[in-house]
Design a protein around this ligand. Structure first.
Ligand SMILES: [Zn+2]
Ligand SMILES: [Zn+2]
Length: 348
């Protein structure tokens, strides 16, 4: 029996300063994944700012990710762009790449790279829990699986998202006079929160902070229905919005602490984030009601995913890599840290 190993793969895909870099020697198959610095040819996994940067020459991504990048950076974010639909193969010299859903945010993709009979899957950021705003994660068996490790500690166990939504709806019943202000990251989390509320039967208008209206409109344009939305902008001459008592207002986490939220009627400060499992974090940021809603895989889902894709080797990009590497070692799976810096998921 031939013992397969991942040896040799790192000759054509390896971490460089600008990101994970592919170079097989063929002039057409030289590209960087989620490049942090301006680069010539870049495959972008999803639209979050730490993965999708402006200023590359040629960007290859799903049509949704390209639309999100354009909405955030303007139409000149790259000189050349290639929209690659999920599962559609693209030949790049002696490599073939395919984008496969990652279940993280709208348009998010894993990059499947085939070269010389070997397959590497770069998952970007991903999750396995329900999200009505994007296609679910698809496990692709491979030789090397490149994974994030944002919540890679056994303590991280994300609850059922619908249970968290029920908490919010229950609070509206109990405190009908209070404005429920939810801090949610503007790309992905805010739209997922709205879609989950709709799924739970909440049909009233949901109010949005100005910074979140553009992306919500884009999601709707891209076929994700979000129901009745309205701006939570100030009334005439900055008058307080008394009409928002008992309503849901969604805002970027940074807006929760500033003057903006103080003109809302008796605001009840809520935060939707995977980090809300850490009680101390919620307390420090003055959050009255933490909702544990994460767009990343928790500990059990990381391990389950790696079992499903059954790689010869796991490479860990960023996060809490040492616990994951140790746990995989105990299961006989070879794993190593790429220690890529610059990918931060604190805002998740
Ligand atoms: Zn992300
Ligand atoms: Zn990330």
């Amino acid at each position: 029996m031939i013992q397969r190993s991942a040896a040799g793969i790192e000759r054509w895909i390896r971490p460089l300063g600008a990101g994970l870099s592919v170079d097989t020697g063929h002039p057409e198959s030289r590209f960087v994944l989620d490049a942090l610095r301006a680069s010539d040819k870049v495959v972008v996994t999803h639209g979050h700012a730490d993965h999708a940067r402006a200023g590359h020459h040629h960007v290859i991504a799903t049509p949704e990710t390209l639309a999100i990048m354009e909405a955030r950076y303007g139409s000149g974010f790259a000189q050349k762009r290639t929209a690659l639909a999920y599962h559609e193969p693209m030949e790049m010299g002696d490599c073939t790449i395919r984008l496969v859903p990652a279940g993280h945010v709208l348009g998010s993709a894993q990059v499947v790279i085939d070269h010389a009979g070997r397959r590497v899957v770069v998952s970007g950021d991903y999750k396995r829990k329900a999200d009505p705003t994007c296609a679910p994660f698809e496990p692709v068996p491979c030789d090397v699986f490149v994974t994030e490790a944002t919540f890679a500690l056994p303590v991280f166990s994300h609850p059922d998202p619908m249970g968290e939504i029920e908490k919010l709806l229950h609070s509206l019943d109990v405190f009908p006079g209070r404005c429920h202000v939810v801090g949610a990251y503007s790309l992905g989390k805010a739209q997922r929160l709205i879609a989950l509320l709709r799924q739970a039967g909440y049909n009233k208008t949901i109010y949005l902070h100005g910074a979140q209206q553009k992306l919500a409109a884009l999601y709707e344009d891209l076929g994700v229905p979000l129901g009745e939305l309205a701006p939570a902008t100030a009334g005439e001459k900055g008058r307080p919005r008394d009409d928002l008592a008992g309503e849901i207002v969604i805002a970027p986490p940074s807006a929760l602490a500033d003057r903006w939220s103080r003109r809302l009627p008796d605001p009840l400060i809520i935060m939707a984030s995977g980090w809300m499992q850490i009680r101390q974090r919620a307390k420090q940021s003055g959050v009255e009601m933490p909702l544990i809603l994460s767009d990343h895989a928790d500990w059990a889902d990381l391990l389950r995913t790696i079992e499903e894709v059954a790689p010869l080797e796991v490479w860990v990009t960023h996060g809490r890599e040492s616990a994951l590497i140790r746990a995989l070692g105990l299961k006989g799976v070879r794993a190593r840290a790429l220690s890529l810096v610059g990918y931060e998921d604190d805002a998740e």
